[in-house]
Write a protein that binds this ligand. Structure first.
Ligand code: FMN
Length: 193
């Protein structure tokens, strides 16, 4: 069975609108993919690289969870990221996860002249919700460009962003309607993805 890595950075957990959209899509994909899931808000080890962690890494002593996650990501056929729009990007816990799992000779290596990716997932799905009325591709939206840039380091393929925008200012009815539309869009995509 093909492998899907799910990275959940929805800090508001059960209250998260982003997660409400992502969960039915993940459920649909579970019939076709073996899923490894990282629920970052529950992982105490997902912290920025401290001087001590950095020194450990330099001495070849990378935390085993991070090394395993990096190898799992590298072997994944698909990657799904669920993360709300925070401070014009995504929550810091997701950057911490990337910082800990972007590992030489696991997710990338180099040729002596530049870095090349060791991952193989040809498709990524990024599910998000944004409080302000900011569309994917707006210069103020710095999550999608970052994920694309990381994809060039790791050798990840096409990124699809599914988003509801203006969540903090829509009427409750309009918000529900936009969430339903997004779930339907994700379920449609999941059939072929
Ligand atoms: C800490 C924090 C930072 C946020 N920063 C932004 C922001 O920069 N721009 C924006 O449009 N919305 C911002 N929001 C609003 C969220 O994007 C919006 O409420 C989103 O729907 C939350 O998703 P969730 O329900 O999955 O947590 C922020 C919310 C929080 C809690």
């Amino acid at each position: 069975m093909s492998k899907l890595v799910v990275i959940n950075a929805c800090v508001r957990q059960a209250d998260s609108r982003t997660l409400r959209i992502a969960e039915p899509i993940i459920d649909a994909l579970a019939s076709r993919y073996q899923i490894v899931r990282y629920d970052l808000p529950e992982m105490d080890a997902v912290v920025p690289l401290t001087p001590a962690l950095f020194a450990r890494r330099g001495a070849g002593d990378t935390p085993s969870w991070a090394l395993e996650a990096a190898k799992t990501i590298a072997a994944a056929d698909r990657i799904l990221i669920a993360a709300p729009f925070w401070d014009m990007s995504f929550p810091a816990v997701l950057k911490c996860f990337f910082e800990q799992t972007s590992l030489f000779d696991s997710t990338f290596t180099d040729t002596g002249k530049t870095c090349i990716g060791l991952c193989k997932a040809p498709r990524l799905l990024y599910v998000t919700t944004r409080g302000m009325d900011i569309a994917t591709g707006d210069p103020r939206e710095q999550a999608t460009p970052y994920l694309k840039a990381l994809g060039t380091l790791w050798n990840l393929g096409d990124l699809t962003t599914i988003a509801v925008q203006n969540t903090d200012y829509l009427s409750p009815e309009d918000l529900e309607s936009h969430i339903s539309t997004c779930i339907a869009q994700g379920l449609e995509l999941a059939k072929e993805w």
